[in-house]
Write a protein that binds this ligand. Sequence first.
Ligand code: AMP
Length: 611
Amino acid sequence: MQRHTLMSVLSRGSTLLSRHAFPSILKCNAHHRPLLTPINCRSLSTLPNLPLFRALQDHDQSSLAVVHSASSRSFTYGNLVADVVRAKERLIESVGGRQDGLAGERIAFLAENSYDYVVTLLSVLASDAIALPLSPAFPVGELKYIMDNSQAKVLVATEKYAAKAHDILKAGLERQPILDVKEKIKTGASSSDPVNLQDIGQKSRGGMMLYTSGTTNRPKGVLIPQLALTAQAASLLEAWKYSPEDRLLHLLPLHHIHGTVNAMVTPLLAGSSIEFMFPFNTDAVWKRLAAPFLSESSASKITFLTAVPTIYNRLLSSFSGLSPEIQEGARKGIAPENLRLNISGSAALPTPTKQAWQDLSNGNVLLERFGMTEVGMAISCGLDFADRVDGSVGWPLPSVEARLVDTETSEVIQPGEELDTNGREREGEIQLRGPTIFREYWANEKATQEAFVDSDDGRGKWFKTGDVATRRVVDHAGQGASGDWAWGPMYFIQGRLSVDIIKTGGEKVSALEVERELLSLPQVSEAAVVGLPSEQWGQKVAAVIVLDAAKAANTGRNGKPWGALDMRRALKDRLASYKIPQEMKVLDGPIPRNAMGKVNKKTLVKKVFDV
Ligand code: AMP
């Protein structure tokens, strides 16, 4: 399947499809367990007739779907279809074998970046359930919160994370999930039995749920229904033209929209190959990019890279430490004729980074895009180099409707009204709607309601992103060279409405959540968490605190006064490491507040950190 349009992916017939002719009563295949009754057996040898599963079956079954970079183990689309069917059967068995036993249920899972992760995610979607990937790097305390909030029915873990899964269960969950520890898939399954694509028969209740930090003090579960997930992937497919010839080097965590939708679901929909290489290591990445250009190597070249600015920065700063041979190979590896597409997003791409990458790669221009857990990707620059404009995130992607709402007047900034009466650019909040938008924050009706605003054209509510942008026509860009959608004025991100959302290394952190944890420490009597500019991370998390003098006097390590190191140690088991303040300043007096008791964080940052 190549060069799909959004409409073709979304609207293909919903009749029963199969790659082969098959008898109406299907045989049980060899992998079925004896415990299954013939009825279950018949109904379970299926995948739902949804665009993603139709695509998986339509791809060349012998082409590579997933490769593990370190071990070179690889799995074809044929393996993937067979393994997903198997994993789905096992999942349904785990809840008593009822085909509909999982519809709309949350299935949390802990899996390394690998084929096992892909199979698990797809098997949950195939069960009409909600896939909830957990970050193995999170401390048990954060995972317990997610399990309690989501009320997950099953917790699947690969062998590698079995101990962590047991720790979560021991943490005293509100709803005890069924635990399913899966052996590592060493060789992909194959099946000569045809797989039946079956209409679900009712409205799909499946999808994906990702937890994201916001302006509240606890992360929220963003429910992306199956349909929205497909719409997000179809939109990217149309804009970025993923193809079966693409080999994507996957460097990102898999509990984020970037790593899951852009770098996994969409390439799978397109029939591309995904090569997992995680955790990120600069030397390993450079060597891999260089490999096809070194003598006697049979490595395939990487054609597609999508990462956060911090990754590009780290690659650039480590380049000079490579051997001359690797340097030469790596420069070829990232040259435009080999690396067909290099994308940056999840945080602002600094122009010097973009320029340095372009210089190193002999002219490859990073394509910047803007997205969010709640909406997938929303705005993007185009494939044509002229449509990758410095400082701009481009145009609303196919099927995404975007508007700017003036931050001062609350008026919609209509096309052509981008300048105020003084000729200054008007800043507005980006608001979005369309089929790609999430449905709700899980079990948080209030937050869901507050996130959307009514429209006056009766065509559905707008989602308020909280991000502020300007819009401007740019000469020589937006002429449609990258597609009909990449047309007209371009969006330029200016920042966020709330100072309480900090973006560090592409990860979103709620200042309030970190404050809450700081204030739970006996030594801390006041806390304000802020984002400081950082070349490496975009922003870094910093804390301004006031100590309880008596409790802090000798509760540090070895009876010393309590300090920054003690703070980090105390938060280690409560917060993911990227949320823990990298800097801490202790004030002698109280943190300055206004009459309402609110801290002006912009002033505080200037005063305390002098930036
Ligand atoms: P997340 O939900 O963790 O993916 O974070 C989404 C947020 O990341 C957005 O609301 C923006 O604040 C920020 N973001 C994403 N892409 C960009 C970009 N290209 N430039 C600036 N900020 C971005």
